[in-house]
Design a protein around this ligand. Structure first.
Ligand code: SF4
Length: 392
């Protein structure tokens, strides 16, 4: 049971089944019972899944019946250095000179402008925009300012609107870069660990002190919605490291915390030969449960959850937030119940009808290939959007 907390639920999105059962009118108690009995899910995970699904329904309720509401993902695939566990589509700044990054930015703006026009043509309204990567704060302050104006100019829904800026690496954060999105954007500052030895070991070129400074800077600029990422099970870390890190993070009073379980990928620099011994399953479960209890104790609720192949302890990545600070974008991407558009290298667009994704268009991960193929990618999105409009 320790190794299989989700029993026979092997997919990335175990919450989908729970959402369906809620849709069929089952009570939370009945759902938990069925998950335990039929899917062999641990009781605490069955309860967690149900809690997440109920929270998501509450958050997405105002969007029901509005098929034209959509989200946009903007990809900035550059990072100051490569984290040892990373398998994302990100290029180190040493691989891409300033000129090339400028060319990439021009292409990215072109694609966002194109999607804005398409949204106007098809009557789409944006409800969330997520600027991720990579590390978007590797862009210059003037580029971030330009991006913020283009985002303001999108056709927005008159209801809930959310812009997230990932300022994941504290070593890229300056007041000039954060200012264009202050104070209304949701900001992600991602410590991953609050132990300098771990940060050095995993190739994050920043210190705990820089994390502190970044939080202080963001608060000074008026940001009221800050999310922090933490990874459970980083090499060399035990349960006490995780709880100490989380305690230090909670001292900054973030509005949300995402807990990732360390999940070694083939595409990352991680390897057993390098001497990294991941946490055992029982320890990972302990660390995760302690963290959940700490987050619940400060009033945060779990609101989105997904799993990955090879995830530590068979557990989950999970977002917690104070009420009203949940990321709508994260829910929409994990739920796969709505149209999501993507701009930039490695960005995905999902075309959904009747709550089922029928087409997934992924931009190439390599920034140079993306630029070369941009006209063809935009033409393909245009025809997919035409098709989407005519779907039920
Ligand atoms: S900051 Fe994120 S995207 Fe960049 S190398 Fe590290 S894990 Fe990968």
């Amino acid at each position: 049971m320790v190794d299989k907390p989700y029993g026979t639920l092997i997919g990335v999105r175990p919450g989908k089944l729970v959402d369906q059962l809620l849709e069929y009118g089952l009570s939370p108690k009945e759902i938990i019972h069925r998950l335990e009995l039929e899917r062999k899910v641990r009781r605490d995970r069955a309860e967690l899944l149900t809690r997440v699904a109920i929270n998501q329904r509450r958050i997405t309720e105002p969007l029901q019946g509005r098929r034209n509401l959509t989200s946009l993902y903007i990809s900035v695939p550059f990072c100051p250095s490569r984290c040892a566990y990373c398998s994302f589509a990100s290029h180190s700044l040493t691989q891409y000179g300033e000129k090339e990054r400028e060319a990439y930015f021009a292409g990215l703006i072109r694609e966002i402008e194109f999607l804005r026009q398409q949204a106007l043509t098809h009557g789409l309204k944006f409800t969330s925009v997520y600027i991720g990567g990579g590390t978007p704060t590797t862009l210059s302050a003037p580029q971030l300012s330009q991006l913020s104006w283009i985002i303001r100019d999108l056709p927005w829904w008159e209801g809930r609107r959310e812009v997230t800026l990932e300022a994941g690496r504290p070593d890229t954060i300056t007041a000039e870069k954060l200012a264009p999105f202050a104070p209304d954007a949701r900001l992600c500052i991602n410590p991953q660990s609050m132990h300098n030895e771990t940060l050095a070991a995993i190739g994050r070129a920043h210190t705990v002190e820089q994390i502190s400074e970044s939080f202080a800077l963001a608060r000074d600029l008026g940001y009221r919605d800050i999310n922090a990422d933490l990874i459970v099970g980083l090499p060399g870390e035990g349960v006490s490291h995780v709880s100490q890190s989380l305690q230090s993070i909670l001292a900054y009073r973030p509005e949300g915390v995402t807990l990732h379980m360390f999940s070694p990928k083939r595409a990352s620099a991680y390897s057993k030969e390098a001497g990294w011994v991941p946490m055992g399953s029982a320890e990972a479960l302990d660390a995760s449960n302690i963290a959940h209890a700490m987050l619940s104790a400060v009033g945060m609720e779990p609101y989105y959850l997904y799993r990955q192949r090879g995830i530590l302890g068979g557990l989950e990545n999970i977002g917690f937030a104070l009420p009203g600070h949940e990321s709508l974008y994260n829910i929409m991407v994990i739920n796969e119940q709505r149209l999501v558009l993507g701009a930039g290298a490695g960005a995905s667009s999902k075309f959904v009808s009747s709550a089922t994704p029928w087409e997934h268009q992924a931009n190439p991960k390599d920034a140079r290939v993306y630029l070369r193929r941009l006209p063809e990618l935009m033409a393909s999105k245009e025809s997919l959007l035409d098709k989407w409009r005519n779907e039920p």
